[in-house]
Design a protein around this ligand. Structure first.
Ligand SMILES: [Zn+2]
Length: 397
């Protein structure tokens, strides 16, 4: 019972004395130090989801947030930390979630007594950018000779994958976060994990109602599947499409609207470069180059084309964020064998968006737009995505 242990360490201090008074950051080379200052000594537990994640979570006993200048419990980080937010996640516990700019590992965590009489107690967590090795071992992708993140991506990109012919298209819908990871927290306390699940269920209902789709959810309750498990559902089903549903947050309450993410172009061009180097060792250099290029372009285009179609329909149903087609190296998009996008349905930090994300009718409208986008994508894509590579003219030798 961590909660009991937390209470025991208070040493008779009043419950009301438990408060977070400051959060500070320090950067030393590759290492970022996070310091949480509290009024009284406190049990705490710091962890990254799945041991390696772009999110650092610190669980604390129930505390009041009393950091000068940060009344909302949110702030901007430093070093590896992009941003953080504090919330009371149950009657007996509080949590600080740090969004990281890159997957990281915790190298140490410890508590320090006040530096002087009347000073604050300090909880110290040191994190470091995860190495490619750590990334790979934690990701669970056993790839034999693949030795870095780049080659992991390259392996993924090079894999030739054509979904089987089926009566109904298989769409995997991934409600973001869940379980111990609530994701973004709204101004009114809405959890991203909850609205993502509601939206996924609505999307499944509407897609199945067309009779054209079979829909699989990566989770259908409040649990946290690892990104590897989420991608695993897609791979096992040999899905035709993968859609991850999220809701965003911003330090500005006026930022609102939906956006769609696809895999970062840069990651793919690195993968392409490596594929080209490998092809150089074979006799048929030119032919291989062309085939590799075509395959890569086709795969990227499938995700990007779907993102574009989706945005057209989402834009008819509600506001979009500026430059709504965005790119990022998000874990769930890393397997490009299946066209994959991540939809940020809106901002929980914006009042109107948060209301819409909680409204059944607004949810029906937005999911209907996604269904039209999916219909449109499949109607225009056809089934012969690799047909062009048979007819391409090879350069004269
Ligand atoms: Zn999210």
């Amino acid at each position: 019972m961590t909660v009991l242990a937390g209470i025991l360490t208070l040493g008779g201090a009043g419950w009301a004395d438990q408060e977070v008074r400051d959060i500070r950051f320090g950067v030393d080379g590759e290492r970022t130090r996070v310091v949480i200052e509290t009024a009284e000594p406190a049990d705490f537990r710091a962890f990254t989801l799945d041991g390696l994640s772009d999110r650092l979570v610190v669980d604390l006993p129930d505390m009041r947030w009393s950091v000068t200048g940060l009344a909302a419990g949110e702030g901007v980080g430093h070093g590896l930390v992009d941003a953080f937010r504090f919330f009371n996640n149950s009657a007996a516990s509080s949590r600080v979630v740090f969004e990281l700019e890159h997957p990281a590992v915790i190298v140490s965590q410890f508590a320090l007594d006040p530096a002087h009489n009347g000073g604050n107690h300090r909880l110290v967590i040191d994190v470091e950018r995860a190495s490619d090795d750590a990334f790979q071992s934690a990701s669970g992708f056993a790839l034999g000779h693949a030795s870095s993140l780049d080659s992991l991506i390259a392996e993924r990109v090079e894999a030739v994958y054509v979904p089987p012919q089926r009566e109904r298209r298989v769409v995997v819908v991934d409600p973001g976060h869940g379980g111990r990871d609530p994701g973004s927290i709204g101004t009114r306390g809405t959890h991203e994990s909850d609205v993502a699940l509601e939206a996924a269920r609505e999307l499944r209902r509407q897609l199945e109602a067309t009779g054209r789709y079979e829909v699989l959810l990566t989770r259908d309750r409040d649990i946290y599947p690892s990104w590897e498990q989420r991608v695993g559902v897609m791979a096992e089903a040999r899905a035709d499409l993968f859609i991850s549903l999220h809701a965003d947050s911003s330090s500005s309450s006026s930022v609102h609207g939906a956006a769609v993410y696809t895999l970062n172009d840069r990651a793919e061009s690195r993968a392409r470069q490596r594929a080209r180097q490998d092809a150089n060792h074979t006799a048929q250099v030119d032919v291989n180059n062309i085939l590799v290029e075509l395959e890569l372009r086709e795969k990227r285009n499938q995700s990007s084309a779907f993102a574009e179609v989706l945005l057209e329909h989402l834009g008819n149903a509600g506001p979009l964020l500026a430059n709504p087609h965005r790119q990022a190296n998000l874990f769930v998009l890393l397997d490009p064998r299946v066209p994959a996008v991540l939809v940020e349905m809106g901002f929980l930090t914006n009042r109107t968006d948060e209301n819409n994300l909680n409204s059944a009718s607004a949810r029906r409208r937005q999911m209907a737009a996604i269904v039209s986008g999916i219909d449109d994508y499949f109607a225009n894509r056809g089934d012969d995505v690799f047909a062009d590579s048979d007819t391409i003219a090879l350069p004269a030798r």
